[in-house]
Design a binder for this molecule. Sequence first.
Ligand code: PLP
Length: 413
Amino acid sequence: MDHKKRFSTRVINEKFNKQDVHGAISMPIYRNAAFEFPDSESIAAAFQYKEDIASHTYTRITNPSVENLERKIKAASGADNVMMLASGMAAISNTFLTIAYAGSNIVTSPHLFGNTFSLFKFTLEAFGVEVRFVDVNDIEEITSAIDENTCGFFCELITNPHLEVANLPEISRLLKARNIPMIVDTTVVPWCGFDARKAGVDIEVVSTTKYISGGATSIGGAILDYGTFDWQHNKRLQMAKRTQYMSQFMFKLKREIARNIGAAMDPETAYLQTLGMESLQLRFEKMSASTHELALFLSDNKKVIKTSYPKLSGSPYKKLSDELFIGNPGAMLTFNLKDKESCYRFMDKLQIIRRATNLFDNKSLIIHPESTIYGTFSPEMKMIMDIEDNLLRLSVGLEDVEDLKNDIIQALN
Ligand SMILES: Cc1ncc(COP(=O)(O)O)c(C=O)c1O
């Protein structure tokens, strides 16, 4: 990566792997399943996946449009290796299918996106993988939860919907001393606002459905490997192959797990998300500045019981947020009203902000997490996850912030 150039310049000017035959200025959508070869020697070489040849054979395995997006994300993040998949959940599940084994455990917070919680608690537990929930702000609790069978520590950069910020540099020091990889879901703050390598992240997972897709155009996910973990310490990967270009983790993921699971990114999605990458910084800065303004606005209103946004001066995460994030900590905030009925009444009166799930669309979106994302969890599981029924989550879009304030005021009144 050319670090001398700034974020958007790097992303926009990242070159194709091979010059397009027509000189197309944007990578075309290679909407084909298979690629042909001039002779048997070259198809055999491609199947042996000689990295210096970088030929594509079949789109479930690699594809030029998808590879181009991977190159842009590499330029944006400074990661050693990137793999795109069909969704954020595909990125998280493929990561753990690569490193977990029967008898291993995952140490994580109970404050997780609903499907991630369900993946750990229900899907992976059925294969003999244990999940250990800890308070990620309690370093002693993390220390006692990890052991020689911990295949990874996992958390969300800012928990959703609780908006807690984990002290990643501190956790990373502990994990490095105990040879455990730190895997972080950074969906809520993209690379122009957060430097994962500096914070000690080994593996980063992202739902590219959010900021990257450029306005909720498509579903996608990314796995980024910073090349910082020695996989000799993972019981499953210590015998796995590595190459000059790929760690044991990436080798196993790309050559075995991802192609067997088959959740490949669609080339058309890669095209849309490549365009999204080019305007990412511009959208992120505007959305997150409006979010900070709305957080201040909501916290001033008597009808709002509590507003959470890590940059607010009353937030217990303000100091950490200022250290970890470049600018504002993203475009998601939450707030509590009197009760569930008040939340429903408020949502039903909104005229600009849409009632929808998803995050970081160009449109502002509101949701009542307890009755939707967490709606099918039992009361007992909701207790474990600390889901409140008077909480609303707002994802702030690109509309004029004054119009958003007016919409909120008329709905609160
Ligand atoms: C923090 C976080 N991680 C992962 C996901 C899953 O992403 P996807 O819907 O692309 O599978 C979501 C979805 O909302 C999310 O909010």
